[in-house]
Write a new protein. Structure first.
Length: 298
């Protein structure tokens, strides 16, 4: 932008009617300057992490406390985890038979990188000036990339924007501005979004089943063999957060294109400082989204 101004008092905002009751923010985009053509390029790369990570108890403490919770309510209650399972899990004897999952570490990366590129150029003469700009933003999620099911399960948002401002001095007192703007966004991510993956990782049982079995255990299968188990008491199957994060993806493509024409007439000949302005514009918005999902094979 070239600059902005804030209108707050009633007199200044009266022109905008009821919509200006809470104040008005005027933003001016950049326009070309007469002279030699100038180009600017700016490239940024940033690293981002979670603001805060939730600390979870280790899985041995998880099972021990789960047993204690049962006994405090009923000293004769059936313990959910036998001492044999706790001991073998602690020893790491057989990760498939005695799973010891850390869903957060298996699904979430410690950090991710994002990129920004901005290019613009301006120039022209007193009769015609131009300003051209292009911006590309690439924002990545911090889910661990896994193409086990043939598609990316991480979040990726790519944004492109284009701007063309051409200023024409039709006469000494008449100025025309032709502005073309385009904004394009491409999003891809897991079903339910990244927040859904976090919730599953935090609340899922970490010792009831492995996330996925080695494919060699069933060599004729053409699909991943995800782990799961029956919930005691007939509650159905557990939620396998590893399988859920790879069970599909959602993508969305949006575009907004605006064409604007404005005409400014200087009326100093009538009254010093007086001018008239006319503006017309049209906007085209398009949105396309698709969700594809599969039922994990347990």
């Amino acid at each position: 932008i070239a600059g902005f101004s804030i209108l707050k008092d009633a007199t200044a905002t009266s022109l905008y009617g009821a919509r200006g009751a809470n104040g008005v923010l005027l933003i001016n985009t950049k326009t070309g300057a007469a002279g030699t053509t100038k180009f600017n390029v700016r490239i940024e790369n940033s690293t981002s992490t979670n603001t805060r990570n939730i600390g979870l108890a280790d899985n041995i403490s998880y099972m021990t406390l789960a047993n204690e919770a049962v006994l405090t309510r009923n000293p004769l209650g059936v313990l959910p985890y036998s001492q044999n399972k706790i001991d073998h899990t602690a020893n790491g004897d057989n990760p498939l038979l005695y799973p010891n999952n850390n869903w957060i570490q298996e699904l979430i990366k410690n950090q991710t990188t994002n990129q920004r590129v901005n290019m613009n150029g301006s120039g022209g003469s007193e009769k015609a000036k131009y300003y051209l700009a292009m911006t590309y933003n690439n924002d990545n999620g911090n889910l661990k990339d896994n193409s086990l099911n043939g598609f990316s399960n991480n979040i990726k948002l790519q944004s492109y924007s284009l701007l063309s401002n051409v200023t024409l001095n039709l006469t000494k007192t008449t100025e025309a501005l032709v502005s073309l703007k385009g904004q394009f966004d491409d999003y891809n991510g897991p079903i339910g979004g990244g927040g859904h993956v976090y919730v599953n990782a935090l609340w899922s049982n970490p010792v009831a089943f492995p996330g996925v079995y080695p494919g060699g255990l069933l060599p004729y299968a053409n699909h991943p063999l995800f782990g799961n188990a029956l919930i005691p008491g007939g509650g159905g199957l557990y939620v396998n957060p590893y399988a859920q994060s790879l069970s599909g993806f959602q993508s969305e493509n949006t575009s907004t294109m605006t064409a604007q024409f404005s005409l400014k007439q200087n009326l100093d000949a009538v009254t010093q400082g007086l001018s008239a302005r006319m503006m017309a514009y049209t906007t085209r918005y398009a949105d396309y989204s698709v969700n594809r999902s599969i039922s994990p094979y347990y």
